[in-house]
Design a protein around this ligand. Structure first.
Ligand code: TYD
Length: 232
């Protein structure tokens, strides 16, 4: 396990419409109700510069964004996020829950955009100085189901979401391959399971990590709470 302070670093990954945000919120509530300090954050975003980069890369209307530029924007957002938010929180002994991290770039840009998974991984390891989650929760979603979920209620799809189903199929395969290559660092769950069942499985796995002697997260401070993508 990669030790970074006494905190615990958990990433939620999966295709669009997998339900990552719901599960991150459920886990945060469960841990906070025990008095633990949790920082919930997301990518792209999580810092002021990251939120600007988020709108640049996700909103329609910025003209053509080629695949290399797209990968670099996500990596730039992640560099700021790792340095300004995640590492300091782990050093304070907090539990960091991020909605997406490096695996999203490996899957979307490496496999989806065909830039090469190894190249994209190397770029992001450089951007984050090798900061890795203790655990990645992968919510595995069928692309058709993901699209159905995210367009429910006529919600508009962003630049990446509006790609064809075969793009999302490549992403799904890439996520599963990443999990298969390091199974001890992943919890893979089918996204179609009931929300409460998923939440219980995730909490069980996190409890096992909390029992590890390397992890000693701090209790809640009066200022603790959901930072909602801002700076801590
Ligand atoms: P997300 O915030 O999960 O979408 P939403 O706000 O709709 O829940 O992710 C935004 C999109 O960005 C998503 O389609 C995945 C994509 N993405 C990448 O392509 N590469 C990355 O490195 C990251 C972090 C996200």
């Amino acid at each position: 396990m990669n030790k970074q302070g006494a905190g615990l670093f958990i990433a939620f990954e999966g295709g669009d419409g997998a339900g990552k945000s719901t599960q991150a919120a459920r886990l945060a509530d469960a841990l906070e109700s025990r008095g633990l300090t949790v920082l919930r954050t997301r990518e792209p975003g999580g810092t002021p510069i990251g939120e600007k980069l988020r709108s640049l890369v996700l909103d329609h209307g910025h003209g053509e964004i080629d695949a290399h530029t797209e990968a670099l924007i996500f990596a730039a957002s992640r560099a700021a996020h790792a340095t300004q938010v995640i590492r300091p929180a782990l050093e304070r002994g907090e539990i960091v829950l991020t909605d997406r991290y490096i695996d999203s770039s490996v899957a979307y840009q490496g496999a989806g955009r065909d830039l090469g998974k190894d190249a994209v991984r190397a770029l992001n390891e450089w951007a984050t100085s090798g900061l890795q989650p203790h655990l990645t929760v992968l919510l595995d979603v069928d692309p058709a189901m993901g699209r159905q979920r995210r367009t429910a209620g006529d919600a508009a799809e962003d630049r990446l979401e509006s790609e064809a189903d075969d793009f999302h199929g490549r992403i799904r395969e890439a996520f599963l391959e990443l999990a298969g290559s390091r199974p001890a660092s992943y919890l893979v769950l089918p996204a179609h399971l009931p929300v409460s069942e998923l939440a219980a499985a995730i909490l069980t796995r996190v409890d096992a990590l909390l029992a590890s002697p390397e992890v000693a997260p701090v209790g809640a401070s009066p200022s603790a709470g959901d930072h909602g993508g801002g700076t801590p």
